[in-house]
Design a protein around this ligand. Structure first.
Ligand SMILES: C[S@@+](CC[C@H](N)C(=O)[O-])C[C@H]1O[C@@H](n2cnc3c(N)ncnc32)[C@H](O)[C@@H]1O
Length: 460
């Protein structure tokens, strides 16, 4: 296998730079059996078979499950690659494969022809990725999986992998549509429990979080200046996301900064005095944030693109409310700069701004490699978080795992601290996290689609 490793020295120095901040934090630990017991009891009838017969085997089980959750990232990366194949605009002139076309893949000669041409063009781009960071990362991912680009035969194997994944995504979407027809609200909370874990991200959840924070302030659930220590679970890495693809700028992780910008604007956080940690299982996310922290520590700003796509089927009322937020997004943490050029093919649909985030802000975002379903930071009272945010994460887990995560999040929060998520956390097990507020945002009418942000407050 031809895996290119980063130079050893660079990796060591990256870690050393991150260490001073991490040194103030205890390392994540696996959830102890006592902490998991209420969940094990509540799910006694439906526990995984290995635990039904041997609860004492908890600590081995939890480690093995952590490994298997992390393995789901590989399938998630394959989904990112498939989204690049469907939507990418930098390597091909071919039509994009939207949901309608995807459903016809395999049965329509027209769609098969688009897909075939796109796959040829993508293999060519992956074989010679040039300076495109995203393409380099996708190539490195494939090399790690044992693929190669050396001979026509090996390139044909990559193409077949891309097309097989396209067919897999088509089938998963069809199953998903079926599931949605009958899902009740509890099932809607874990619709992706069988899926690969992807890293994609966009600005819609950040806008929803801003609305939620503002409502919490108005409702007196949050007080000005009260949020100093923040955790963002799973901030993601925006590259070829599943709505419309974004391969015309380098991969970026923006969610932590969008949240900081909202917190500062609402007067909830003093930017001269905050700590923000990202808690993520993905090496790609963690390495990206560590590298951002390193360059910011050396005095360089972090430049991010802020695109959104006006072709998504949201209502005019939603866009009218979203746009003023987007126009001033980043103004508290940086300054507007010229965005990248949007390729002509999507220029009518993509609205874009860019922001250069001040180094003194970017260097204070510290990555922690951790699985919030099975791990927690053993924090002393004064080290606990005021606010933990995680969007589009818990939907990847069933009620049992969500209950474990709920206990872990609760254990890392200060009394009165808040968890915000757009996924409803399973409430089957009594926990110290109590639902305190819900923000509803109508994104589309007829049929009506409402986005929610759930707010859970840690009881004293
Ligand atoms: C789909 S992305 C969501 C990105 C961003 N939060 C958003 O809403 O746009 C899911 C993120 O959660 C992370 N993640 C998934 N399961 C996790 C877990 N158990 N613990 C920590 N991070 C997790 C993934 O690695 C990824 O960064």
């Amino acid at each position: 296998m031809n895996v290119k490793r980063p130079p050893r020295l660079a990796a060591v120095s990256l870690l050393l730079l991150v260490l001073p901040a991490l040194a103030q934090q205890p390392a994540p630990e696996f959830m102890p059996l006592e902490a998991a017991e209420p969940t094990l009891q509540a799910f006694a009838g439906s526990l995984p078979p290995e635990l039904q017969t041997n609860v004492a085997g908890w600590s081995d089980w939890v480690k093995a499950q952590d490994v298997s959750i992390r393995e789901r990232l590989v399938k998630g990366e394959d989904d990112t690659l498939t989204n690049l194949l469907r939507w990418g605009v930098t390597f091909t002139d071919e039509y994009q494969i939207n949901r309608e076309y995807l459903a016809k893949y395999g049965t329509s000669t027209l769609v098969n022809a688009f897909a075939d041409k796109r796959a040829n063009d993508l293999v060519r781009a992956l074989a010679a990725p040039g300076s495109s960071q995203g393409m380099q990362q996708m190539r490195a991912f494939l090399l790690k999986q044992g693929y190669s680009f050396r001979t026509p035969r090996e390139r044909a194997r990559v193409k077949q992998h891309l097309l097989d994944n396209l067919a897999r995504m088509r089938d998963e979407f069809a199953q998903f549509r079926e599931k949605l027809k009958t899902a009740d609200s509890a099932e809607e909370g874990n619709l992706y429990a069988e899926r690969g874990i992807s890293l994609d991200s966009n600005l819609w959840p950040d806008y929803a979080l801003d609305r939620s924070l503002s409502e919490l302030l108005d409702a007196g659930l949050l007080k000005r200046g009260s949020i100093r220590k923040i955790a963002v679970v799973g901030p993601g890495l925006d590259f070829a996301n599943k709505d419309f693809g974004n391969d015309f700028y380098p991969p970026q992780s923006f969610q932590s900064f969008a949240i900081l910008d909202s917190l500062a604007r609402l007067g909830l956080t003093d930017l001269a005095n905050f700590e923000l940690y990202t808690l993520d299982i993905s090496p790609s996310v963690n390495i990206h944030i560590a590298a951002t922290q390193k360059t910011a520590t050396a005095g360089k700003p972090y430049v991010v693109q802020l695109p959104w796509n006006s072709s998504v089927p949201f209502s005019p009322e939603y866009f009218a409310a979203f746009q003023p937020w987007w126009q001033q997004l980043g103004s508290r943490i940086g300054a507007a700069v010229k965005p990248v050029q949007v390729p002509g093919k999507v220029a009518d649909d993509v609205q874009i701004r860019a922001v250069s985030i001040r180094p003194e802000i970017a260097r204070r975002v510290t990555p922690i490699d951790m699985n919030v379903v099975f791990q927690r930071l053993p924090l002393k009272d004064e080290q606990r978080f005021d606010l933990i945010i995680g969007t589009n994460i818990f939907i990847y887990y069933g009620p049992f795992e969500q209950s474990l995560a709920r206990a872990n999040l609760g254990a890392m929060l200060k009394p009165g601290g808040i968890v915000l998520s757009n996924d409803m956390l399973s409430g089957k097990v009594p926990s110290r996290l109590v639902e305190a507020h819900r923000t509803d945002i109508v994104v589309r009418s007829n049929p009506q689609i409402v986005e929610h942000v759930f707010c859970y407050r840690r009881e004293p």
